[in-house]
Design a protein around this ligand. Structure first.
Ligand code: ZN
Length: 388
């Protein structure tokens, strides 16, 4: 199958993050196995979703993992001019469809190159590692990366995460954590604001603390100029609470995210915030014993990626992508999770992140061809006697 016909197939599976991906993962499994390559599924507890991994080439240390996700973001509320789940060639050099760019284009490149990978006399193996639920918090990659480490007797060395990067090597990614904070205060007439504890007023203290924490990190020169912006960010995106101006709100909540540069630590920032919450509880319980602040994580934090410019994976990607300008991103991806499992990881894939998650998402055919070319160069590298 050509890369375009594979992409057409993949786009036709409307598997959103959070939904069962068994349809698309079984199509991939059948495709890979029809080429005589054994695959292994890593199901979730309920058996409704699964990641897939497989090895092409010899069982020796030092191979390369190609990582991608099979889920996409919703199309609801977006004004598409084509059917999002039908890959459409309008004749303008672009292929339109949900996931064409993020990131079924990369999966199609991997799958299209499979026959060549099998035929080549690879000295080091290539692994496919295809996950689910990436779009709702990179939920499946930690287990998949761990499983690859334990399942194979040999140890792969590298991981290329094929998120759309216009084929440029991405060596850094911010860590991301999303939380919801609930404040439980006491209700009453607004005139009694000093006798009751307003959940809104308290939420405001917490929000201000978070903003000041961000400002403090910047003032302390906790900066990393590889990132835009170069500092960790804390942002409150949704606030709820209250009924009327003359009623003290007994409940309030807010939804926020924390995006950290590698030198800041998500857990220590959150621990400091928790300590402040406990302080507020102690103070306010003197007035209202039922006062409580609860922080609930939206999903486990996604770790940062901090691959050094002189790492071997960077050298390899420069060679096979033809691009040598390194970059960083502030979106969540599975790269940091693969790095945490001990693989030398970086992001590089066809298409532009600017087209991701939008109406009329597309991948330029030229990008898809570059993705295939990268696979061919990877095969050449891994067939060479003197590959690192
Ligand atoms: Zn993606």
């Amino acid at each position: 199958m050509t890369v375009e016909s594979i992409l057409e197939k993949l786009v036709a599976f409307p598997v959103l993050g959070g939904e069962s991906n068994l349809s698309i993962i079984h199509w991939i499994k059948d495709y890979v196995e029809s080429h005589g390559v054994e695959t292994k599924l890593v199901p979730n507890e309920e058996g409704t979703k699964a990641s897939l991994h497989c090895r092409i080439g010899p069982a020796v240390d030092g191979g390369v993992i190609l990582s991608g996700h099979t889920d996409v973001v919703p199309v609801e509320g977006q004004e598409w001019t084509t059917d999002p789940f039908v890959l459409t060639d309008k004749g303008d050099g672009k292929l339109y469809g949900r996931g064409s760019c993020d990131m079924k284009g990369f999966l199609a490149c991997c799958l299209a190159a499979l026959p060549q990978m099998i035929e080549a006399h690879l000295k080091k193996p290539i692994y496919f590692a295809f996950s689910y639920d990436e779009e709702i918090g990179c939920l499946a990659a930690p287990e998949l990366a761990r499983e690859i480490n334990t399942y194979y007797t040999e140890t792969p060395k590298y991981a290329i995460i094929g998120e759309p990067s216009l084929m440029e090597p991405i060596v850094g990614q911010k860590g991301i954590y999303i939380l919801e904070t609930y404040v439980n205060g006491s209700a009453g007439h607004s005139s009694r604001i000093k006798q009751e504890i307003s959940a809104i007023h308290e939420a405001m203290h917490l929000i201000l603390w978070l903003e000041q924490k961000m400002d403090q990190l910047i003032a302390d020169k906790q900066l990393d100029n590889r990132f835009h912006p170069p500092h960790s960010s804390i942002h409150i995106g949704l606030v709820k609470g209250g009924i009327a101006p003359n009623i003290i709100a007994d409940k309030a909540s807010f939804y926020w995210d924390l995006r950290t540069i590698p030198k800041d630590d998500i857990s220590s920032i959150v621990a400091e915030f928790e300590a402040f919450c406990r302080e507020r509880e102690e103070k306010n319980r003197k007035i209202f014993p039922g006062f409580e602040i609860k922080n609930v994580e939206h999903h486990p934090s996604v770790p940062h990626l901090d691959t050094k410019a002189d790492d071997d994976i960077v050298g390899l990607i420069k060679k096979i992508s033809g691009n040598s300008k390194l970059d960083t991103v502030s979106y969540a991806a599975e790269a940091g999770q693969f790095a945490n499992e001990g693989f030398h990881a970086a992001i590089c894939g066809p298409g532009s992140i600017e087209q991701a998650h939008r109406a009329d998402e597309f991948i330029a055919i030229e990008q898809l061809e570059k993705g295939v070319e990268m696979m061919e160069k990877l095969i050449t590298e891994l067939s060479s006697e003197d590959f690192l």
